[in-house]
Design a binder for this molecule. Structure first.
Ligand SMILES: Cc1cc2nc3c(=O)[nH]c(=O)nc-3n(C[C@H](O)[C@H](O)[C@H](O)COP(=O)(O)O)c2cc1C
Length: 176
């Protein structure tokens, strides 16, 4: 690969394969399904692996060009497990890497509860704080964090959300 890269014109940079790592946490399986859809979308651009955060090794992170983190939204934020995992990464360990994040969440418009809508409006969801954590470790945000909907606490994923996740990930480009 290195030999080939020497002769690649700069304008062809976006054609270089990207190695992607999706790190997720999931309680009821829905975020795991989105992680798999994201993996499928990214696999169009090179090797892509989705791992539960408990399975991720230092070497998996070191070899990834792009890191996508995903968490269910619970209590308007990220799950403690993946939050601690990213928080414990050494300072600067994502320098030179592209990053983004996603979450799964309930659509407040559908539950018709003004108090919860207000709370969600104020305190938000898991994806943005997760993306901010990745940036604090040196990562460069490649696309804004994204939320995907579940119909209820245990799921299922709302219709077409897996497809939307695949498309979202497929549109991520290395040349940013
Ligand atoms: C204790 C608890 C708190 C939750 N809090 C929120 C919340 O603040 N906002 C939200 O949109 N969904 C909330 N949910 C719904 C979760 O987002 C939903 O269970 C999750 O997306 C499912 O993903 P998983 O199957 O990967 O666990 C909560 C669920 C649980 C069990």
């Amino acid at each position: 690969m290195h030999v080939i890269l020497k002769f690649v014109d700069k304008t062809d940079i976006k054609a270089i394969p990207m190695t992607s790592l999706i790190i997720y946490e999931s309680v009821f399986g829905n975020t795991a399904l989105v992680a798999e859809a994201v993996r499928e979308g990214l696999s169009l651009q090179g090797e892509a692996v989705a791992l539960n955060y408990t399975e991720v090794k230092e070497a998996d992170i070191a070899r990834a060009d792009l890191i996508v983190a995903g968490s269910p939204t619970q209590k308007f934020s990220t799950m403690p497990g993946i939050r601690k995992f990213i928080g414990d990464l050494p300072a600067g360990s994502l320098k030179g890497k592209l990053v983004t994040a996603f979450d799964t969440r309930i659509d407040v418009k559908k539950i018709n509860n003004r108090f919860l809508s207000l709370m969600a409006g104020i305190f938000g969801y898991a994806a943005s704080p997760l993306a901010a954590q990745l940036r604090r470790k040196g990562g460069k945000l490649v696309v804004p964090a994204m939320g995907f909907f579940v119909d209820d606490t245990k799921g299922p994923l709302t219709e077409k959300e897996a497809e939307r996740a695949r498309t979202w990930a497929g549109a991520i480009r290395t040349d940013r």
